[in-house]
Ligand binder design. Structure first.
Ligand code: ZN
Length: 252
């Protein structure tokens, strides 16, 4: 069983640190090396592996400095996104071992075309695809691609822990409550999130089960969600509702 810790970076990024209790660790999407190096020093950890989900600078900005400090580090990232300095370029279905646990690579296009996720030990590291109560913006792909990527994640075991790369939950909940004001799970979750944030604690990881209760982008077949976008689109298929929701959220 791996242990995961959050290292806050920039305004609202999380760099996830995975360790094996034996002094070795991996980090996911180190956009900034400084807080990572401070954490490693404080906890006397060696950096063994860097996992990269996509090419945005707030996810890769610290890679070269970490590589300078740990020259043997393994750097795993997407074969279809332009990320410099990878030692292993990976894509859908490829496996990797991390401290004795098997991880599989998922292709999750939409936010960027080459975006990938890492799934293993009951944990999902999904970068900017799925957030708690929300999802990533569609920058490079199509809404249809993003929709397919989210469907892939929705089909994972419900107890899967979801480690998203940003603390957007409070903000996302405001949108979710505008879409589904009568969803009682949203009220309960908002109180929990408010408590956590009041103590500067992360609201992540979430779980697939939790997201199925509260995330409008995974609830496009619910009558209240469909009704909420009925004045914005004629296409009320799941993909059509998703597309309308995503567009609405972009300017919410
Ligand atoms: Zn991004």
């Amino acid at each position: 069983m791996l242990v995961v810790k959050s290292i806050p970076a920039f305004n609202d990024n999380y760099i996830w640190l995975i360790h094996n209790n034996q002094g070795q660790c991996a980090v996911v999407d180190p956009g900034d090396a400084t807080p990572v190096l401070a954490y490693l020093k404080e906890h006397d950890l060696q950096l063994n592996t860097i996992l990269i989900t996509h090419h945005h600078s707030d996810h890769i900005g610290g890679v070269s400095e970490l590589k300078r400090e740990f020259s043997d580090v393994t750097i795993v990232g997407p074969q279809k996104d332009a990320v410099a300095g990878l030692t292993h370029s990976v894509g859908a279905g490829q496996q990797l071992e991390l401290f004795g646990e098997h991880f599989i690579v998922l292709d999750l296009p939409g936010h960027t075309l080459g975006h990938i996720g890492f799934l293993g030990d009951g944990k999902l590291f999904c970068g900017d695809v799925l957030f708690s109560a929300g999802c990533g913006r569609v920058f490079e792909g199509t809404p249809a691609q993003m929709w397919q990527s989210l469907q892939k994640l929705a089909s994972l075991p419900v107890e899967t822990e979801v480690y998203s790369a940003h603390e957007y939950t409070s903000n996302n909940l405001s949108f979710a409550m505008a879409i589904e004001p009568s969803n009682p799970q949203l009220q309960i979750y908002r109180e929990k999130v408010n408590q956590l944030r009041a103590h500067q604690k992360p609201t992540l990881p979430t779980t697939i089960e939790q997201e199925k209760w509260i995330n409008p982008f995974l609830r496009v077949d619910m009558p209240e969600v469909i009704n909420s976008v009925a004045h914005k689109t004629e296409d009320l298929s799941p993909e059509g509702v998703f597309t309308a929701l995503r567009k609405w959220k972009d300017s919410f």
